[in-house]
Design a protein around this ligand. Structure first.
Ligand SMILES: O=C(O)C(=O)CO
Length: 359
């Protein structure tokens, strides 16, 4: 056990550089190594992204060679010293402390995520660090999972399989495990972007009657594609039979889903969140679910992550909680890693990234 733990630790510190195959250092290799830009990768990312970095001949990179445990903060602060680029995932806070530890060589931070609430954008901007992220490539996977979570919650699939497995399945009963159906319903989208549109497109064939949305301002170009009506925040709460949260986590949206929202929702409505846990006040959500103020909630994201197994939300039958898996398909995670790697390489060359955040 001890030796395997030691071996794991050693593995997690292994440096992987494209020129490592050259073995013993030759003068040529040393010369080439010195011109390669230095990169730290905070996770063992899916193979497509790693291959792009390895084959690039542009960077020498070191990675935290585990997907099961995030790189400890202390180690990360050490490893980023003097790097030109950083490829991270959403578990790493890229804040002033980290940017100071990295120092003035750092030119690019590329995150393998569409969300960027873990990046302190003002600090990055102040230091002139460019930021890449991975929108679009995950839209289909996230929309698909959102529909699955919505149906699992509204048609009570988790409760139902539990009952079937544990002896609760008696005779066929007229109202047992009844839920709420999409046909003839109003679906509300909080924060209409690419993902909200993709969710609506997938829900439309279920005979949804009406799509409504709210955002900081109307988004007619996007709304047109799904024939969605712009409404106020309060109207969204009042009218939605299903409310899907698709907004980014920002200071303005933090805990925007709170008692004020839940108290205006119908007792039969279903709340779904696949964006960020921080947009929800979880105590208020618990109260709304436990008191029957709303019918159910499906969450792919929580605060914190992982949500402790003794968290009150886990005690509720009408709350379905997934471990942040909305983008978790092999195709999508590989595409995200490839995009993150390409963003990083382009940024380090001083070229426009494929997907770059405007700071
Ligand atoms: O990309 C993101 O921001 C996620 O939440 C994981 O898909």
């Amino acid at each position: 056990m001890w030796s395997s733990r030691m071996a794991l630790r050693r593995l997690q510190r292994i440096a992987v550089a494209p020129l490592s195959a050259a073995g013993g250092a030759t003068t040529k290799v040393q010369r080439e190594m010195s011109t390669l830009q230095r990169v730290y990768v905070t996770r063992q990312i899916p193979p497509e992204g790693l291959k792009i970095l390895q084959d690039s001949g542009q960077v020498q990179f070191e990675l935290w060679n585990s997907d099961d445990v995030p790189v400890p903060r202390k180690e990360l602060l050490q490893k980023v010293k003097g790097v030109d680029g950083l490829l991270c995932v959403l578990t790493e806070k890229i804040d002033a402390e980290l940017l100071d530890a990295a120092g003035p060589n750092l030119k690019v931070v590329s995150t393998m995520s569409v969300g960027y609430d873990h990046l302190f954008l003002q600090e990055l901007k102040k230091r002139g660090v460019r930021v890449g992220y991975t929108p679009d490539v995950l839209t289909d996977a996230v929309a698909e999972l959102t529909v699955a979570l919505l149906l699992a919650t509204s048609r009570r699939l988790i409760e139902a399989t539990h009952e079937a497995k544990t002896g609760g399945w008696g005779t066929w009963r007229t109202l047992w495990l009844c839920g709420h159906e999409l046909a003839n319903s109003t679906v509300g989208i909080l924060g209409l972007g690419r993902i909200g549109v993709a969710i609506a497109e997938r829900l439309a064939p279920f005979k949804v009657k009406k799509f409504i949305y709210t955002d900081v301002a109307p988004r007619p170009d996007l709304a047109k594609a799904i024939n969605a009506e712009y409404v106020s925040f309060d109207e969204l709460a009042k009218q939605s039979d299903f409310l899907a949260v698709c907004c980014a986590l920002t200071p303005e949206t933090r805990e925007i889903c709170n008692e004020n929202l839940f108290s205006k929702m119908k007792k039969t409505s279903i709340f779904i969140n696949t964006s960020r846990g921080g947009v929800v006040n979880q105590e208020d959500l618990y109260q709304a679910l436990a008191s029957g103020q709303i019918a159910g909630a499906g969450l792919d994201v929580t605060v914190p992550e992982p949500l402790p197994t003794n968290h009150p939300l886990f005690s509720l039958n009408n709350c379905v909680i997934l471990p942040h898996i909305a983008s978790a398909s092999y195709t999508t995670r590989n595409a995200m890693s490839a995009l993150a790697a390409n963003n990083l390489l382009l940024g380090l060359r001083g070229q426009p990234m494929i997907k770059e955040l405007k700071l």
